[in-house]
Design a protein around this ligand. Sequence first.
Ligand SMILES: [Zn+2]
Length: 85
Amino acid sequence: MSKCKICKDIILFRWGIRHGFGECVRCGTPYKYYHYDDENNREKYFECRLKEEYVDVAQQYYQETGKRLDAEVEGFEEWLKKKGE
Ligand SMILES: [Zn+2]
C-alpha cells in the first residue's frame, strides 16, 4: 500500500480526466499512477506530481487545517499570507 506524501495516509486514489492521472481523495494531492499488467511482473506505484518545493508547505497546510489542497484555494492563500507575517 502506498502512502500519500502529503496526508501520510494510505492513498485513496481517484482518477482524473487525463489518462493515468488522478489525486489523493483525502488531501487533493495530484498523482500519476503507473500500472502494468501482471505478466510484466512490474510494481504498481504512484508518482507525486506536486513539485518538490511545494511538498513541505503542502504538508504543513494539510496538517494544520485538514483541508484539501484544491478545494480551498482562498483558504490556502489566507493561510499562506499568515505564514509570511
Ligand atoms: Zn493525501
